[in-house]
Design a protein around this ligand. Sequence first.
Ligand code: B16
Ligand code: MG
Length: 221
Amino acid sequence: MNNKIAFIFDLDGVIVDTAKYHFLAWKNLANSLGFDFTKEQNEQLKGVSRVKSLEILLKIGNIELTDEKKQELLLKKNEEYLSYVNRMTSDEILPGVTNMLNFLIENNVKFALGSASKNAPLILDKVGLLNKFTAIVDGNHVSKAKPDPEVFLLGAEKLKMDPIKCVVVEDAIAGVAAANAANMISIGIGDSDVLKDANYVFEDTSKITTAFLKSLIKRNE
Ligand code: B16
Ligand code: MG
């Protein structure tokens, strides 16, 4: 077909649900510091960098620590998180994702990853998707977090695509805002009331039909 548009996928909440593992590790860390951390509070950490997540967590617990201690806790949290990630398999790919990626490959549409996670390549490798992506932009490559468009603009650059020809698939409000700020087409995955700034919203990726994808490709030819 053509390669006139490209896709950039967020990782956590779109490709896989790693939020549940982040939550377990942050909760255990909070408990070890003497306070509780709820699932509702965990929502504040979605799409947010590891360092920023610790700041939010410590604010919730009303705890102040030295930079040295913070570094130690970041390492501890990541070690526990990785122990969960290392057990991940392709069974954890969210519904509709494999079909969508295969459709894009069959139709010669390139796609990249645009994630805040420094562990993104490892996670993609664990679920067997790493070699399907033309480019990976992760937390190691960016200095400004979503809603800043940096992660997606870098993705477009790596794909050698004009940003207005890029379609971002995101589950977080900040991610949709980043896509819009990058002048890209935004597809929200989740609740349409929450992701109301996205150009399109689907409850989950399995609801994105091939007819919709074909029309998007055709419209941008
Ligand atoms: P790491 P995304 C984000 O991934 C997560 O949503 C967020 O909860 C996490 O803190 C962040 O990655 C950093 O992850 O500790 O692995 O570097 O949604 O941008 O794919
Ligand atoms: Mg996400």
